[in-house]
Design a protein around this ligand. Structure first.
Ligand code: NAP
Length: 305
C-alpha cells in the first residue's frame, strides 16, 4: 500500500516521504480500515510516541496521522461491535502506525460509526479538535450552564470547537486570538473577543474556566483571570500557574467512541462546524504539509477520491 513515513526526528514535515509499505494485519480487538480521509497534526512529529513504542523501542519508519474516516475492511480476533463494510471515523493510538496510508490497523473501541450522509473529509477533521474540546470542557473543566469560559486561540482548530460547544452548553464565552481572528471568533459564537496583542487580558475579570491552547506567558497570566476556586485547563503542556484555591489541569486527548458520536451528531445537524483549509491526495500530501504560504484550517488528505 501507499503510505507517508518519517524516519528523521530532526527533519519535521520536510522529512515526510511517500513509500510502499505492507498492508497492516489486525491485532486482537482491532479492525483494519480502508482509509478514505486522514488528518495529521504537525505537533506529532515532536512527540516521543511517533518515534518509539511504549517500551521505548525505535519504531521508525513510522506512519504519522492519527485521525481517519473510512470503511472497515477486516476484523481481528475477538473484535466485536463493528462489521466489515461499516463506515467509521476516529482517533488512532499515538504509538502505532497512523492514517496517512491506504490502510490502518486500529483498536475497534477507538472508532465510531458515521451516521447519515457521510462526508469522509469532514469526519476526518473532527476527532482531535472535537474530542479535545469535549474532554477539556466537560470532563476536566466540568463546565456548567451559566458559567463563563475564556477560550484562547478561539478561531483555531481546537478553540473554534471549544467556543461552539461551550455556547451550546449555555456558557458565556470570551474568545481570544490575534486582531484578525475577531470576526471568526464571534461567528463561532463567542460573546466577547480579546485581541491578545493589543488588549489587556487582565481586563477580562474573573472567569470560571480557562481553556488554554497557547501556553507560555498567556497560560501563566490566565491563572490570574480565573476566579478563586476556578479551573484552568490546558493542552499546551504543564501549567506554570494555578488559580487561587483552584485547579490547573494539563491533559492529552484520548479516543472515546461515545464522545465521537456526540460530536458527529452535532456536525450532521448543523450545531457544530469545522474549518478545513486544504484537501490534497496522498500523492500530494508531503507538499500539502509543507506549504509555501500560511493556510488557515485543517489540512485533510483524501486517500481515496
Ligand atoms: N494536548 C492535547 O491533547 C492536544 C490536542 C490538540 C492540540 N494540541 C495542541 O494545541 C495547540 C493548538 O492546536 P490547534 O489545532 O487549535 O492549533 P491552531 O489551529 O493553530 O489554533 C491555535 C490558534 O491560536 C492562535 N494563537 C497562537 N498563539 C497566539 C498568540 N501568542 N497570540 C494570539 N493568538 C495566538 C493561532 O493564531 P495563529 O495561527 O495566527 O498563530 C490560532 O488561531 C497545538 O500546539 C496543538 O499541538 C494538544
Amino acid at each position: 500500500m501507499k503510505a507517508i513515513v518519517v524516519t528523521d526526528e530532526t527533519a519535521g514535515t520536510a522529512g515526510m516521504t511517500l513509500v510502499e509499505r505492507p498492508e497492516p494485519a489486525p491485532a486482537l480487538n482491532d479492525v483494519v480500515v480502508q482509509v478514505h480521509a486522514s488528518g495529521f497534526t504537525p505537533g506529532e512529529l515532536t512527540w516521543p510516541s511517533t518515534w518509539a513504542d511504549r517500551l521505548g523501542r525505535d519504531r521508525t519508519p513510522s506512519i504519522p496521522g492519527h485521525e481517519l474516516a473510512g470503511v472497515v475492511s477486516a476484523l481481528g480476533y475477538g473484535t466485536t461491535g463493528l462489521s466489515v463494510g461499516q463506515r467509521v471515523f476516529g482517533l488512532t493510538d499515538w504509538t502505532r502506525d497512523g492514517t496517512l496510508a491506504e490502510y490502518v490497523a486500529v483498536e475497534a473501541r477507538n472508532l465510531a460509526d458515521t451516521p447519515g450522509h457521510v462526508d469522509f473529509t469532514v469526519d476526518a477533521s473532527l476527532p482531535i479538535s472535537g474530542l479535545t474540546a469535549w474532554q477539556g470542557l466537560f470532563e476536566h473543566g466540568r463546565l456548567q450552564a451559566g458559567q463563563s469560559v475564556l477560550v484562547h486561540g478561539a478561531a483555531g482548530g481546537v478553540g473554534s470547537m471549544v467556543t461552539q460547544l461551550a455556547r451550546e452548553a449555555g456558557a458565556h464565552v470570551i474568545g481570544t486570538g490575534r486582531a484578525a481572528d475577531r470576526q471568526a471568533t464571534l461567528d463561532f459564537g463567542a460573546q466577547e473577543f480579546v485581541d491578545l496583542e493589543n488588549d489587556a487580558l487582565e481586563d477580562v475579570g474573573a472567569v470560571d474556566l480557562v481553556f488554554d491552547v497557547i501556553g507560555g506567558d498567556i497560560g501563566k497570566r490566565s491563572a490570574d483571570v480565573t476566579r478563586t476556586g476556578g479551573t484552568l485547563v490546558t493542552i499546551a503542556g504543564p501549567p506554570e500557574a494555578r488559580p487561587v484555591d483552584g485547579l490547573a489541569i494539563d491533559f492529552v486527548v484520548v479516543p472515546d467512541r461515545g464522545q465521537l458520536g456526540e460530536i458527529v451528531r452535532r456536525v450532521r445537524d448543523g450545531r457544530l462546524r469545522t474549518v478545513i483549509g486544504t484537501v490534497a491526495t496522498l500523492d500530494d500530501a508531503v507538499a500539502a504539509f509543507n506549504p509555501t504560504e500560511r493556510i488557515t484550517g485543517k489540512t485533510i488528505i483524501r486517500v481515496r477520491p
